[in-house]
Design a protein. Structure first.
Length: 169
């Protein structure tokens, strides 16, 4: 993405109407692809995220060692504890993606494999709660990409370099 600072990203968002549309415009300019093609690729990414969550919540994802797997399903079906509703669904979805990752399944490493559950969990569970359309969910991923690109340009996403907080934060 072409934005080197949040100030640039916000100015572009004002020009294009949203953070997502600004990030889409930058990707179109950088890639040379049409907006339709870039949106189609992002919808495909959304589908991979959705599939990983569904597979993890179904309890299908187990690591070879057997140490990882099944916890997302437990969280999703549990009524114990003080937290519930969208928060519990989001936590279960994030765990589900992490379990699929540990089982060598297909995920979207956004921004990294270790943090791969956060973005799909938030976008898809909050999106479902708000009855968001596929277009709105796709725009949310573009907005996240724009923000992530600025962070990557100005700091780091590397857990090895910045610690776990750099990956997940």
């Amino acid at each position: 993405m072409a934005y080197a600072s949040f100030e640039e990203l916000l100015l572009a968002a004002d020009e294009h109407g949203s953070l997502g549309r600004a990030a889409l415009a930058a990707e179109v300019a950088e890639s040379g692809l049409s907006a339709i093609d870039v949106r189609a690729r992002m919808r495909e990414t959304l589908g991979v995220m959705r599939d990983a969550i569904e597979r993890g919540l179904a309890g299908e994802a187990r690591s070879r060692s057997g140490f990882v797997g099944g916890d997302a399903r437990k969280v999703a079906t549990s009524s114990a504890g003080p937290l519930g509703g969208t928060f519990a669904e989001t936590l279960a979805a994030a765990l589900a993606t992490g379990e699929v990752n540990a089982a060598m399944g297909r995920i979207v490493a956004a921004p990294t494999g270790g943090a791969s559950g956060v973005l799909p969990a938030v976008v898809l569970t909050v999106g479902a709660e708000r009855c968001a359309t596929e277009e709105a969910l796709t725009d949310a991923l573009f907005a996240a990409a724009g923000v992530g690109a600025v962070i990557a340009a100005r700091a780091t996403l590397s857990g090895a370099l910045g610690g776990c907080q750099a990956e997940i934060g």
